[in-house]
Ligand binder design. Structure first.
Ligand SMILES: [Zn+2]
Ligand SMILES: [Zn+2]
Length: 308
């Protein structure tokens, strides 16, 4: 190998090759990093970009470089980019890292969020974009990433889509987005990067800690969403026709709603306003129950079910 490096000093924190490879273990902060091909550490030659690892390398366990999933580029005059400001800004932001391009779909997940922030930081650091571009990228990235983070967290409670979130959850998510976008717009992160930029002789690695505060917020949002959703799961109205078969219970059978929804609408098995309960004059004849479920929420309002 034709290079020497003071261990831990001149080793770049970000690899021109590995940073953009699907196999990189992003939970590992060592340099060189680790990956599926090299779980004990990536060879320096690859890490510093002297070998792009597109061909088999001794000891790579049969795994080679795979670029982070690329968006479908039709090559049609950049119409997509024109109509999609996020993509346009991001493509501008990352142009110095070669062929990398990002799409909204790719931004899903903390992995993507980290890469996107890194890309923006790197480009501001090396002067490829200016402060306004940088803030613009963050401002557009944050809502996409946080929405994804919220859904990642709510998934633990069986929530399968944004439309299943309660008003409280939407408000909480929006509050997190507004706060983070506010931090981005106040510009102190951008100023910090500019004050520690390449032209001033700072290494990109010196910005990693500050940048990690941003992408780590993703986990915060996941956890908040998980807690809120866990206390408010989905339940399906389950009836048992062999016990009773009133029209109220029949209409409600199979409906899936968050528990907060059922409560808010004062609707539950054995409710005195159910037709069976109403006509029984106080006897508990309704044999229905709530069953916890991961099925999608029923769309629209509940049917008219009250006999009273
Ligand atoms: Zn009934
Ligand atoms: Zn019933």
């Amino acid at each position: 190998m034709g290079f020497t490096i003071d261990v831990g000093h001149d080793v770049p924190v970000y690899s021109l090759i590995c940073t953009w490879c699907e196999w990189l273990d992003i939970s590992n902060n060592q340099r060189p990093g680790k990956c599926a091909a090299f779980p004990d550490g990536i060879p320096m030659e690859i890490w510093i970009g002297e070998n792009d690892h597109t061909k088999p390398y001794l000891g790579d366990n049969g795994i080679q470089f795979e670029r982070v999933e690329m968006p479908v580029e039709t090559g049609e005059k950049g119409n997509d980019k024109e109509s999609n400001p996020v993509e346009k800004i991001l493509l501008t932001a990352v142009k110095s890292v070669g062929a990398l391009s990002l799409s909204i779909k790719q931004l899903a997940g903390q992995h993507k969020y980290q890469r996107s922030i890194l890309g923006a930081v790197q480009n501001l650091w090396n002067g490829n974009i200016d402060k306004a571009d940088f803030i613009g990228v963050l401002t557009q990235l944050i809502p996409i990433a946080f929405e994804q983070a919220w859904l990642d967290g709510a998934k633990a409670a069986g929530i399968v889509g944004i439309e299943e979130l309660t008003k409280e959850e939407r408000d909480a998510l929006q509050a997190r987005i507004d706060a983070e976008v506010g931090f981005a717009k106040n510009g102190s992160f951008a100023d910090y990067i500019i004050a520690h930029n390449k032209a001033a002789g700072f290494k990109l690695g010196s910005l990693r800690h500050r940048a990690s505060l941003w992408w780590n917020r993703y986990t915060d949002v996941v956890n908040e969403a998980r807690m809120m959703a866990g206390g408010n799961k989905k339940y399906r109205w389950q009836w048992f026709p062999e016990k009773e078969h009133c029209f109220s219970c029949q209409k409600l059978n199979g409906k899936v709603k968050r528990m907060s929804y059922w409560k808010e609408h004062d609707c539950r098995p054995q409710h005195p306003d159910l037709e069976c309960m109403h006509s029984a004059g106080g006897a508990t004849v309704c044999g229905c129950e709530f069953v916890e479920t991961d099925e999608p929420c029923s769309r629209g309002p509940l049917p008219r079910w009250r006999a009273a």
